[in-house]
Design a protein around this ligand. Structure first.
Ligand SMILES: [Zn+2]
Length: 234
């Protein structure tokens, strides 16, 4: 009997990432590309063969079906599974390339965009949510993570993030969590800001250089959020 050896972590990671936790049989048969709970299976049935080419991520149902092949019924063939795995890897390999392409387009768009117009638009959109458009725009542009327990505060923040995300300035996610010792659920917002955010924020800061009061409020906000100005040039 062959000895089962655990595939090294690096190999398991490679399989999980390449498959994006999608089952290649679900994908091959039904074009089902949703994330599945599953396991890493050995295509040749040899549990000691942990080479990348012999491993495949399968959902629990398909793992069972693949392992319990019998000669009576036409079960899943190894060659068939390998083919589906190839299709799946191609599909998601392509996906990673698409993300890079989108980032590149974003970069090119902002490199040649008129930063003044973007700044004006950013302030105007923030002004829909609060009457302090400039400060609110600045705050949303420089903030990576924030949690609120007050709906009056997080709703404007999220509605402004919505605008900025739709313009490709950033992407964000948020979730409501119950917090111990607190009756109110808190809303946690996490933002992936592209360099254009820093660029616009810097522009807003410069634009109020001769209004010491507003300038002081913005620099205070920058300190509070831990913002140190543009990290890199766009
Ligand atoms: Zn499956």
């Amino acid at each position: 009997m062959t000895k089962r050896t655990k595939a090294p972590d690096s190999v398991q990671t490679e399989i999980l990432v390449q498959s994006r936790r999608r089952c290649c049989i679900c994908y091959g048969l039904n074009r089902d590309e949703t994330v599945k709970r599953g396991q890493i299976a050995h295509v040749d049935g040899d549990p000691s063969n942990n080479s990348l080419g012999n491993l495949v991520y399968l959902c629990f149902d398909h793992h069972d079906e693949f392992d319990s092949r019998t000669s009576q019924s036409k079960g899943l063939l190894k060659s068939e599974v390998l083919k589906y795995r190839e299709e799946l890897y191609y599909h998601f390999g392509n996906w990673a390339a698409r993300i890079k392409r989108d980032e590149l387009l974003n970069f090119l768009a902002f490199k040649y965009a008129h930063i003044e117009s973007l700044t004006e638009a950013a302030i105007e959109a923030a002004g829909y949510a609060t009457c302090f458009g400039k400060e609110h725009a600045f705050d949303v542009l420089i903030t990576d993570e924030v949690d609120y327990c007050d709906g009056d505060l997080y709703m404007p923040h999220i509605s402004t993030l919505d605008y900025y995300a739709s313009w490709g300035f950033l992407s964000f996610s948020y979730e409501e969590r119950e917090v111990e010792d607190d009756d109110l659920p808190r809303v946690f917002i996490s933002v992936k800001r592209f360099p254009v955010c820093d660029k616009i924020a810097e522009n807003i800061l410069e634009s109020c250089a001769n209004d010491p009061e507003v300038h002081a409020r913005l620099t205070h906000l920058a300190d509070y959020r831990g913002w140190r100005g543009p990290k890199s040039t766009v």
